[in-house]
Design a protein around this ligand. Structure first.
Ligand SMILES: Cc1cc2nc3c(=O)[nH]c(=O)nc-3n(C[C@H](O)[C@H](O)[C@H](O)COP(=O)(O)OP(=O)(O)OC[C@H]3O[C@@H](n4cnc5c(N)ncnc54)[C@H](O)[C@@H]3O)c2cc1C
Length: 535
């Protein structure tokens, strides 16, 4: 191999996956020029206006989303769930709803108490702050000079304001900052946008058009497996256009494929439950039963209401004209209705007085959501989600085949623990308390799925008939200090050398909130650990 070819196929650190965690890790590891970093991403560059314009979220190209499905879920009356995951630069931060939430402070203290030394709230808060560029400025809870822009919504829908007013009329607290002193209450969410544009983790951390000479980004590169020499990760095999290539990693490999594909890639690299690997004819390098175990996700119920047109988003002749005007406005000023994250308002409620933290999150959406937006509904309306923040149900990720291009086998085991059903019932009732209060009732919305909330059995049936994910899978390569943990609290995969994980899969417990900012925080910390280890 000539000198030039060798240089092109070698890096000090190879990062797999350019999503929330991977972008943050690669960005920080490459910023001081000390290491040659290569990042391999299965999808494309994600520069389309449909990615950048927030309001185009439901219309993004199919190639930006892996569009996974779960195995049939007994807890959902046998239905298969849908699991969208971002594909391409930015990963899921390129297709998500952009809501900026960190979870509850006590969630991180719980991580620490579970054996993740150094992950308590005191330790992670400074990292959240250094990630953040909050347009409101810095304070005890926020940063204003980090790469991740956090903005107030430019144009929240009148319906979102009505949602807040209805909650206030019920004496529920209003909360202008869910990432501040307290999480409880109802409010308008802050969003990961910069001057009206979606601000993906890749845009935040990888220079947004300002390439670094020591950072190589390879897109359309599907990783097959990590390669080891004497128990040390020393390279990665990946496919481009049907051809397998090898890139050497002289110092470290960081895996950031997300909660479904990190365990898949670990298994394809021989790290996982021995029986599962053998079933697929894969050699077992490390028998690690924790890989793919402990899948946790926010199970979610959506209520949807039809209204007569204004002010909600939807499909109609008048709506189309208004959308065209909104698109023109966004194109020229980056302001107006097309900056919407759709899930504009919401908040955190405590449905059980015995609890010290909210156990249900609400997302008020300014359009009708039917089957995750995959079924387009004629007309206008609004929706509201209620999700269980700390589910007891535990699922798994496994392999359907040893082919890296195949989808992993996803079984979230939604509502397999009856305690989650009970929380969901309380959450749905609490949500309807707001939806049934003025001024929301002034929109005269027709409930598409009316429920008799007094009938406990009927409520459970409708929950099992209609619930699914609100897109926060975690925990499938969890960190910890016990034998069952996949990686240690410095994010090093146990049983091998030189392999780290930087994504949502390491969370030992699902946080009570949306998972983009926590995944980015994990990526930042992984970069710290790798730098400290490599010197
Ligand atoms: C529809 C939707 C809405 C959401 N809304 C919000 C929200 O509003 N706020 C919020 O905080 N969170 C939200 N989330 C969740 C949040 O975006 C994710 O939890 C977070 O982005 C996960 O980060 P990650 O690094 O773990 O994985 P990802 O960001 O998913 O990154 C994984 C990356 O690895 C790549 N990859 C996978 N396999 C391979 C392979 N074999 N070879 C090469 N590359 C590979 C993928 O293409 C992807 O780019 C939402 C998620 C979705 C899907």
């Amino acid at each position: 191999m000539g000198q030039q070819a060798r240089a092109a196929d070698e890096a000090d650190i190879v990062v797999i996956g350019c999503g929330s965690g991977g972008s943050a890790a690669a960005g920080r590891l490459s910023e001081d020029g000390r290491y040659r970093v290569a990042i391999l991403e299965a999808g494309g560059r994600n520069t389309s206006f449909k990615t950048v314009m927030p309001g185009m979220m439901p219309f993004q190209a199919e190639g930006t989303n892996w569009r996974f499905e779960t195995v049939p879920q007994p807890g959902l009356n046998g239905r298969r769930g849908y699991q969208p995951r971002g594909r391409g630069m930015g990963g899921s931060s390129a297709i998500n709803a952009m809501l900026y939430l960190r979870g509850h402070a006590r969630d991180y203290d719980e991580w620490r108490d579970l054996g993740c030394a150094g992950w308590g709230w005191d330790a992670v808060l400074p990292v959240f702050k250094r990630c953040e560029h909050n347009v409101r400025g810095a304070d005890a809870f926020h940063g204003d000079d980090g790469p991740l822009w956090v903005s107030d919504q430019d144009w929240a829908n009148p319906g979102s304001h009505a949602f807040l007013e209805a909650a206030a009329a019920l004496q529920m607290p209003l909360n202008p900052d869910f990432n501040g002193a307290t999480q409880d209450g109802i409010g308008i969410y802050q969003v990961t946008q910069r001057r009206g544009e979606r601000w993906t983790a890749a845009r935040a951390y990888l220079g947004d058009g300002h390439p670094r000479s020591n950072l190589r980004i390879v897109t359309d590169a599907t990783v097959e497996r990590v390669i080891f020499e004497d128990g040390r990760a020393c390279g990665v095999a990946y496919q481009v256009g049907g051809e397998t290539r090898i890139i050497r990693a002289t110092r470290a490999v960081v895996m950031s494929g997300g909660a479904f594909q990190t365990p898949q890639m670990l298994m394809l690299s021989g790290i996982g439950p021995g029986a599962v690997l053998q079933e697929q004819g894969l050699a077992v390098r490390v028998d690690a039963p924790g890989v793919g175990a402990d899948l946790q996700d926010h199970v979610d119920y959506v209520a949807a209401f039809e209204t007569k047109g204004v002010p909600f988003l939807g499909s109609s002749l008048g709506g189309t004209f208004r959308s065209l005007g909104a698109i023109a406005r966004w194109m020229t000023t980056r302001t107006g209705p097309m900056t919407t994250p759709y899930a504009e308002a919401g908040g955190f409620v405590t449905t059980d007085p015995a609890l010290e933290r909210p156990d249900v999150q609400l997302h008020f959406v300014v359009a009708i959501v039917e089957d995750h937006g995959r079924t387009k509904v004629k007309g206008h309306g609004y929706s509201c989600h209620a999700c269980v923040l700390r589910p007891y149900s535990r699922g798994t990720v496994g392999l359907n085949s040893p082919d890296p291009r195949d989808a992993p086998r996803i079984d979230p085991a939604f509502l397999s623990d009856q305690r989650d059903v009970e929380t969901m019932k309380r959450g749905v009732r609490e949500m309807y308390r707001i939806l049934d209060a003025p001024p929301i009732t002034g929109f005269k919305g027709r409930d598409r799925y009316p429920i008799d909330l007094r009938d406990d059995d009927a409520l459970e049936q409708v929950i099992r008939d209609r619930s699914d994910t609100v897109y926060h899978p975690v925990g499938t390569a969890r960190m910890g200090s016990d034998d069952g943990a996949v990686c240690d609290p410095r994010l090093r995969v146990r049983g091998v050398e030189g392999l780290y994980i930087a994504d949502a899969s390491v969370m030992p417990r699902l946080v009570g909130g949306n998972t983009n900012a926590p995944s980015i925080m994990i990526g930042e910390r992984c970069a710290d650990f790798v730098r400290q280890d490599l010197g």
